[in-house]
Design a protein around this ligand. Sequence first.
Ligand SMILES: [Zn+2]
Ligand SMILES: [Zn+2]
Length: 358
Amino acid sequence: MAYPETFSGIAILDNKDYTHPKKVDFEPKVLGDHDVDLKVECCGVCGSDHHMACGAWGESAKPTVLGHEVIGTVVKLGPKCNTGLKIGDRVGVGAQAFACLECDRCKSDNEQYCRKCVWTIGAPYADGYSSKGGFGNYVRLHEHFAVPIPEGLDSATIAPLLCGGITVYSPLLRNGCGPDKKVGIMGIGGIGHMGIMLTKAMGAEVYAISRSNAKKDDSFKLGADHYIATKEEPDWATKYDDTLDLVIICAGSLTDIDFDILPKVMKVGGKIISIAAPDASEKLEINPFGLLGVSIANSGIGSVKEIKQLLQLAKEKDIKPWVEQVPMGEDALGQVFARMDKGDVRYRFTMVDYDKVF
Ligand SMILES: [Zn+2]
Ligand SMILES: [Zn+2]
């Protein structure tokens, strides 16, 4: 059987063998009144795909079809779809596939924090079906989370904005990033490199913060105004005392962040926002005295409204994440996960050429 009864994907069948994903056929979720089907064109590879592939967040239902920076074309609309999507529209999907859209959080454009949120990959729907993402030929999800892509944007280039990009854009937007603000982007990887571009595009002065000087040249090319190598400059917190309005920590884990030092570079009222989604076992230790006058919080992805704003900003300011395009396939996706193990990516992968595999 083929579409629409059966979808295919390159799936993780065993978390211990995550560098050898296999092509499988699977049944999609039951078509909801407001669901749409997308034919996938390409899909970015996010740190959380890797996390889930290797089981860092625990076991997920198998087969696990990852991929949550999906760009595709609408090929089917549920009977009650009413957001204006049409067959043939090019849309993007990030990390979220469902929310109730009725609670206070949903109604205030905070649907990413809805208690009934279903993530795009490996998350249970109310009926127990485990969500499946964009490393397959089709994706079925609630129409609210299929966001129209403005004309002129290249799919493979901007796919990483849909999760990685929005994850750093939302806290920038919500915490006053803009002209006359000094903003630190700490951790220059997949999300951090987009963080530098976006902070600059929003008009702030950008401080790229990394451990070594390895990312220095790249950071300036991406738009940073200043570069701090914390391991090379042990007195960096003294040098930059009372400087920053906002720091977004774009690291995958907080274990390497010294929270006795970082708050010293913050102005009074400054905010330290982490977007880390670390191993399930990680705990944060902070000396409360260090946080005098400074706030710290954690942020998760962004709302659909913010994703739309981000795509518009990308169009207006010609924002292009640094993407390595990889033709989709079992071996290719396995290699991508293996290279992510080694940090061998500058700065993001997008899986492309779906027509050759599915
Ligand atoms: Zn809700
Ligand atoms: Zn992600």
